[in-house]
Every structure is written in structure tokens, then in C-alpha cells.
Write a protein that binds this ligand. Structure first.
Ligand SMILES: [Mn+2]
Length: 336
């Protein structure tokens, strides 16, 4: 699908929150392996009223609907890396769309889908900027395996490795990935919420001296200090636009169980929302990914709803919702 035709991208009001919903799926392919439900994430988040709630808090919103990508058949594994051609092609199109949205001056929100969409969303975001990009990666996992270190071959465990300048020499050529150019410096990346990091990933994080606030640091410092240090660190020399890539599995599975790889001991709902309130106040938040909401992984409807409501609240926090309450700037009290 041509990206211009699909999204009908064109100019509209400045500062519009643009929703780009991304699923790698093709319902007509007879040999398609089911994606296991994560492609339904955007629809359930939408059904929970995300667009209406953003509008109610004063955001102009343009929802481009779901962008589906054709399954590439055959898409044989390259080494261990799975579904490389489909994911590479899909992300190339996403990158073009995000780039366009950013060049038009809007804030982009990408609803997934799995975390492999960060390849395209961060790439497209960086391509639209003249200056470096800061990335805040909120996740139980580091998602920084290279195709050669990945124990599973899942691309959703690898997106950061394709984007980091310092890892360029460690990434093999993959079909449908030739467009990917590293666009983030290791020093411009901060992780929050880590608690399930592969040994190979841990080596990479230490080698590149990446700033990480694992759950240990969240416990030690508290989330307020973590956010202060995150923003001080990223904006120490220059204020740079921030890309927030938020995996719902960063939050504890007691709150957000409907996700593919839940890990105990995560962020509380309050910590998860505080991260967004703080980033919103910096005025630097420029694009947001919300990924890995998977309604098929909830054992009950309550589990699905708790996960989806939390994802919506996280997104509302990114765009001005405060727990103290909000009111429109032009509100006038009724006179008796
Ligand atoms: Mn992730």
C-alpha cells in the first residue's frame, strides 16, 4: 500500500496528535502464522475511547486507522531472525509516515503491535530532525539484541540494535533492512523499568555505557528522581526532542497482564503514569510508541480492560492529563 494513499497525509492544524496504528498482518494469506493477538492492540485501545479522551483534554487528533502490511511469502528466517522481510518492509513504510508527520509539525503516536515498530517510528522521527533525538525506552526488556545475539530470533527483541550508531558494525545485512541507518547515539538513550535483560544485552548496555534505570534504581531512587535524572541526562547539553517508546509490559502484570511477555516486579500504575506526566511537562515529547497491548493474552475480560485502560491513561498523561485535575484555559464560572 502506498503510504500517501493509505494515510492520506496532508497538512492540517498544527500540533495535532497523529495516531498511526501499525499491525503487521494480512488476513487473506492462507499460510499466515497468526500473530497471536497483538495486532488487535490498536483497535482495543481505540475502543476504550483514546481519541475522544484526547480531544476532551484539548488535543486535536487525526487517526489514520490501521496500517496493515502484506505478509511476505515466503519469508524464511535469516539466520535465526524471523519474518525479516515483512517487518523490514513494514517499518520502512512506517518510517516514511512518521517522518512526514514530524515534518508537518505534529506529534506522532504509534499504537502497536509489537515493539519491532520502534525501528520505523524512531528512524522516521530522527530523519525529520536536524538535531539529535533523545529516546526514553520504558520496558521490562532492553530489546537491544542484535540478529546475531538474539536467543529467539524475534525482531521485537532487537529494535534498538538497528538504531544505535555504536552497534552498526555488529549488524549483518538483512533483506528489506538496507534502508535502516543508525540514528541514535548510545548516550541519547535512557531505559526505565528493566528487569529481564539477556546476558548478551547486558554486555551491550555496559559496553556502550547506556543509561539505565532498572527496577532496582526505581526502587532505590523513586520514580520522581528517576525522571529528573532522565531529563537532566538527556538535555544536559542541548534540549533535544524526546521519543518515548513505551512497552506496556514495563508496568507490573498485576495491572497490565494482557501482554506477550509479562515479567513480575514491574512499575506500579502510579509510577507508569508519573513517567508521562513528567515528560509532558518538559515540553520536549515529540513522538510516542505504545506497544505490546495484546487482548488475546488476557485470561479474563477484566485483565484485558485493566491493561487497555492503563495504556490509555499512559497516553493521556503524555498529552496533558494530570491527576490533580485539569480545566480548559478559557473556563468561566457560571454567575448566579
Ligand atoms: Mn519491548
Amino acid at each position: 500500500v502506498d503510504i500517501e494513499t493509505h494515510f492520506q497525509l496532508r497538512h492540517f492544524t498544527l500540533k495535532t496528535v497523529v495516531l498511526l496504528c501499525v499491525c503487521v498482518c494480512d488476513p487473506v494469506s492462507p499460510v499466515l502464522q497468526p500473530r497471536g493477538g497483538v495486532e488487535r492492540g490498536p483497535d482495543v485501545i481505540r475502543a476504550a475511547g483514546l481519541v475522544e479522551k484526547l480531544q476532551a483534554q484539548g488535543c486535536a487528533v487525526k487517526d489514520y486507522g490501521n496500517l496493515s502490511f502484506e505478509e511476505v511469502v515466503p519469508d524464511e528466517p535469516v539466520g535465526r531472525a524471523k519474518r525479516v522481510r515483512a517487518v523490514g518492509g513494514a517499518n520502512q513504510k512506517l518510517a516514511e509516515a512518521v517522518s512526514r508527520v514530524k515534518r508537518d509539525g505534529h506529534t506522532a503516536v504509534m499504537l502497536g503491535g509489537d515493539h519491532s515498530l520502534a525501528i520505523g517510528s524512531i528512524h522516521g522521527h530522527a530523519a525529520a530532525l536536524q538535531s539529535p533525538l533523545g529516546v526514553v525506552w520504558v520496558d521490562a526488556h532492553a530489546d537491544i539484541n542484535t540478529p546475531l545475539t538474539s536467543p529467539t530470533g524475534n525482531l521485537h527483541g532487537q529494535p534498538m540494535s538497528y538504531l544505535i550508531h555504536e552497534l552498526q558494525s555488529k549488524i549483518p545485512a538483512l533483506p528489506s533492512f538496507s534502508w535502516v541507518k543508525p540514528c541514535v547515539a548510545a548516550k541519547d538513550l535512557v531505559y526505565i523499568g528493566l528487569r529481564d535483560v539477556d546476558p548478551e544485552e547486558h554486555y551491550i548496555l555496559k559496553l556502550l555505557d547506556v543509561k539505565t534505570f532498572s527496577m532496582t534504581e526505581v526502587d532505590r531512587l523513586g520514580i520522581a528522581r528517576v525522571m529528573e535524572e532522565t531529563c537532566d541526562y538527556l538535555t544536559a547539553k542541548v534540549k533535544k526532542p524526546i521519543h518515548l517508546s513505551y512497552d506496556i509490559d514495563a508496568i507490573d502484570p498485576s495491572v497490565t497482564p494482557a501482554t506477550g511477555t509479562p515479567v513480575v516486579g514491574g512499575l506500579s500504575y502510579r509510577e507508569g503514569v508519573y513517567i508521562t506526566e513528567h515528560l509532558c511537562q518538559t515540553g520536549l515529547l515529540s513522538a510516542v510508541d505504545m506497544v505490546e497491548v495484546n487482548p488475546a493474552r488476557g485470561r479474563t475480560e477484566d485483565e484485558v480492560q485493566s491493561t487497555v485502560r492503563t495504556a490509555v491513561d499512559v497516553l493521556l498523561g503524555c498529552f496533558g492529563r494530570r491527576r490533580e485535575g485539569n480545566h480548559p484555559a478559557d473556563y468561566r464560572m457560571p454567575e448566579p
